[in-house]
Structures are given as structure tokens and as C-alpha cells.
Design a protein. Structure first.
Length: 386
């Protein structure tokens, strides 16, 4: 990084973490002055009993929660706007984002609309600015992947354009508190553990190698890579292993912090845009794309990819980072693009929308349409041959 380039890093989120931390949810909400929180979650969290634990903790602290449990993966504009309407009609004064990245991103979006009005579409990055901080939000992740509990971004789906778009990039959208209880991630299905874990690894690798990296983001990214490399396979193979779940939860959080206010790179440009074409799990799609992107990028920043290899436990240089990412992808059984419903006929479309995604700008190696087409061809090829 040139010495005369001015960078900044800001994280307004207070991080509370530890096994059993969910029990302090009510006290954390009271500390923020919340009396009537809107709990933003999904039906799966309710069915698992985690919603009852959260609501119980809130009520034990004398709060009067309202539940909005309509979140689904890749939350669309209408869902966020509906949630904001419920926030206003129920006279809520704070938010609890309980679940994976979709629930937390929905809660962030609800906060933006509740505070500023209009539709969440109005706040697509590059449109209307987010000028005021969202209402008090406590993010409680139940997966170890997106890091949305500490990021300055929300990702929302526009079904009409068949794309996902970013909202944020400013501290005003960040959760006020990230409440991380690794016990909430115990016994997640293996495919969810694998996909969300690969998403965390992608955040860390892309943010460590992005054009905008800086010492603060470097430090947390490398620690996140270390944790994922050491503990993701264990969490995948032993769903009840609390030590692995603890380190994966913190690894995902650290990877989220590595974003700062900036973008990531090609893997997320591809997965975010392609996720608007086919409604598939974001982490799994990102995980499948990560290896080919690392293979494409490693020649542009060999020292950085050599550091990634060391963080993953090997010593032999940038090429080993490529090998290790592919090995982890295989060990976790990450679904191929074909299995996710994509076809090679879609490569021109997928390349075009990836190239148009803002995260293209942060990639360490210059990209054009042909680059994206080549990475997609390589990904399809690996889906058959590996």
C-alpha cells in the first residue's frame, strides 16, 4: 500500500462473546435503552427453540418483544420494507437480528428504512446516503459465516433485476452490539457449517488481498484464516464440538471486521451477482468459486498469498494457498455449480453481472469480461473433474 494513501477504519459495534452469551441478551438490550424490540428471524430459528431462548431472555429483563419471523435466504426488497412497516406500526424502539446473515441483513435494512423512510431500494450503494445511525440493533448470529454482526454492509435481493445489491459502507448501518454465543451454532447441519465457513474464509482471503487492505484489516483477516483452517473441518465432522464452534464463530466475526468500509474481490462479485440469478445458499456458492478465484489472483500478490498459505498451515509459497483452498473445498463436499442449478450456457450472463458488481474494483488482479468467463469455465470444469 502506498504510504501517501489515506485510509481509515471504523467499527462502532460492541462485541460480546462466549458460551451462554444469549442469556445476557435482555441486559444488553436494556443497556441500549430498548423497551420494545422487534426480533427479526426466520422459521427455522423458531422451530429450533432458539427464538424462545431469546424472547425469554428479553422478557426476563422486563422488555416487551415483537417477533417478525418471515426472513428467508437472500432477503428481497419487499421483505425488508414489510419489516420496516411492522417496526413502525408496533412502535418498536430497537432491533434484534437473530439468525444467519439473512436475518441480520434484514434487521439492518429495516433499521435503515425505519430511520430514513422510503424503501430499502432507495439506499442501494451509490443512491441515497445513510445519514443517521439506525435504531439500536443487537445482532445474534446462529451461523459462523457472514460476519454480518460486525460489518458495515447489508446485502439485499432485487428480484426484478435478478441481482443482489449492497446497502451501507458507513458506520451508521452497523449493529450496536454483536452478541456471539457459539453454543447457538452447535449441531448445525454439515452442509450449512461447510458453506458458511467457506464464506468466512472467502471474506478473510479477499479482504487480505484487496486493493484497500491496511494493517487493521490484515491482522484480523490472517487470524480468521488461521481459525477457519484449523477448526472448520472439525466443526463439519463433529457438529457438537464446542471448541471448534467457538473458534469458527470468532473467525467469522474477525473475517467480517476485515471488510472495513471497502469491498472484497472477484469471488464475492461473482457469488453476489450470481445469487440473484439462482436462489442458492450464498456461502456454498462463494465456497465453490473461491478456489478458482484464488488460482486466478495468486500471481498478482504472491507475497500475500504465501502469507495466506502459512496461515493455513503450510509453508511453500503462493501456489500452496491455491492447493489448500481446493483441498478444503473438496474435504467439505462443497456443491458444484452444476449441482447448484447453473449451466455453462449462462457464463456470458454471469460474467457480465459479476463485472458490473462494485466488488470487482477491489480485486488484486485486473479483471475484464474475459477474465470472469475464464474463471467461470474453470469452476464448471472443476465441478466435473474434481
Amino acid at each position: 500500500m502506498p504510504l501517501d494513501v489515506i485510509r481509515s477504519y471504523e467499527s462502532p459495534t460492541r462485541v460480546v462473546h462466549g458460551v451462554g452469551a444469549i442469556g445476557s441478551l435482555g441486559q444488553e438490550a436494556r443497556r441500549l435503552g430498548i423497551t420494545r424490540p422487534l426480533v427479526v428471524t426466520d422459521g427455522g430459528i423458531a422451530a429450533a427453540g432458539i427464538l424462545d431462548d431469546a424472547v425469554g431472555a428479553l422478557r426476563a429483563a422486563g422488555l416487551d418483544p415483537v417477533v417478525f419471523d418471515e426472513v428467508r435466504a437472500n432477503p428481497p426488497i419487499a421483505l425488508v420494507d414489510r419489516g420496516a412497516g411492522i417496526y413502525r406500526s408496533e412502535r418498536a424502539d430497537g432491533l434484534i437480528g437473530l439468525g444467519g446473515g439473512s436475518s441480520i441483513d434484514t434487521a439492518k435494512g429495516i433499521g435503515v428504512v425505519a430511520e430514513h423512510g422510503g424503501s430499502i431500494l432507495d439506499y442501494e450503494f451509490g443512491r441515497k446516503p445513510i445519514e443517521r445511525r439506525i435504531p439500536p440493533l443487537i445482532a445474534v448470529p446462529t451461523t459462523a459465516g457472514t460476519g454480518s454482526e460486525v460489518t458495515l454492509w447489508a446485502v439485499i435481493t432485487d428480484p426484478d433485476r435478478q441481482i443482489k445489491f449492497n446497502v451501507g459502507g458507513v458506520a451508521a448501518i452497523a449493529p450496536w452490539v454483536a452478541l456471539i454465543d457459539p453454543a447457538l451454532t452447535v449441531n448445525l447441519p454439515p452442509e450449512v457449517t461447510a458453506g458458511t465457513g467457506m464464506d468466512a474464509l472467502a471474506h478473510a482471503i479477499e479482504c487480505y488481498t484487496m486493493e484497500y487492505h491496511q494493517p487493521v484489516t490484515d491482522a484480523v483477516a490472517l487470524q480468521a484464516i488461521d481459525y477457519v483452517a484449523r477448526y472448520l473441518r472439525v466443526a463439519y465432522q463433529e457438529p457438537g464440538n464446542l471448541e471448534a464452534r467457538y473458534h469458527m464463530s470468532l473467525g467469522a466475526m474477525l473475517a467480517g471486521m476485515s471488510y472495513g468500509t471497502d469491498s472484497a474481490g472477484a469471488a464475492h462479485a461473482m457469488s453476489q451477482s450470481a445469487g440473484g440469478v439462482h436462489d442458492v445458499p450464498h456461502g456454498t456458492l462463494t465456497g465453490r468459486l473461491l478456489g478458482p478465484v484464488v488460482e486466478f489472483n495468486h500471481v498478482a500478490a504472491p507475497d500475500r498469498f504465501a502469507s495466506i498459505a502459512r496461515a493455513m498451515g503450510v509453508q511453500a509459497g503462493a501456489e500452496r494457498a491455491v492447493d489448500e483452498v481446493y483441498r478444503l473445498t473438496d474435504d467439505l463436499g462443497i456443491a458444484s455449480l452444476q449441482d447448484l442449478g447453473f449451466s455453462e450456457d449462462e457464463i456470458p450472463l454471469l460474467a457480465k453481472i459479476a463485472f458490473e458488481d462494485p466488488q470487482t474494483v477491489g480485486n488484486p488482479r485486473t479483471l475484464d469480461l474475459g477474465s470472469y468467463e475464464g474463471i467461470y469455465r474453470r469452476t464448471f470444469e472443476l465441478g466435473v473433474s474434481r
